[in-house]
Structure formats: C-alpha cells, structure tokens
Unconditional design. Sequence first.
Length: 110
Amino acid sequence: MSDKYFTRLAYSSLFISTVALVVIIATIPPLLNAVENEREFLESRSLELQEKSNALWENLEVLRNVARSLYETRNTRSVWHSGKCRDLCEDRNKDGSAAVITVALSFTAG
C-alpha cells in the first residue's frame, strides 16, 4: 500500500469528522429549544389538569355532603346530645361557671 492510500484515508476521516461535528453543532440548539418548549407545554398542561382535578374533587365533596344529608337518617340517641341531660347535669354556680353533677339513673325492669 502506498502513502497515497493513507493520505486519502486521513483526509476522508477528517472530512467525515468535520461533517459530524458541524451536524452536531447545528442540531443541538434546535433540539434544546424543542425540549424547552415541550417542558413548558407539559408544565402548563399539568397545571391545567391539576385545576380540573381540584374542581372535580370540590364537586364530589359537595355531592357527598348533599348525599350525606339526604340519606343519613340516623338520629343521635345520646341523652346528652338531645339536650335533656344538659339541663339536669349542669348546675350553674353563682359566678356563672358550670359544675357538672353526675346523675345516676336507675332503671327498673318491669
């Protein structure tokens, strides 16, 4: 093999390397721009979907409260909650503070 072959090989490899370097330098800025645009789009879309999701959850909470008020018919059976025992169990002192008196209720079986 002659020196002419290796010279052509060196020049062709230099040319290919230069072309590859120019292509890389030319494509990196548009690629970074596209990545930044995609990131901004995804961020705005994410915020939009988050707002819609929050609105749906708020609507669901309103519906849950409406359904609870419509279908929850359980009455509180505690004597304290009905207000009957409050009057009997609390004794107002002269200074206005409430003193709780324990009331013993006895039930007789009939």
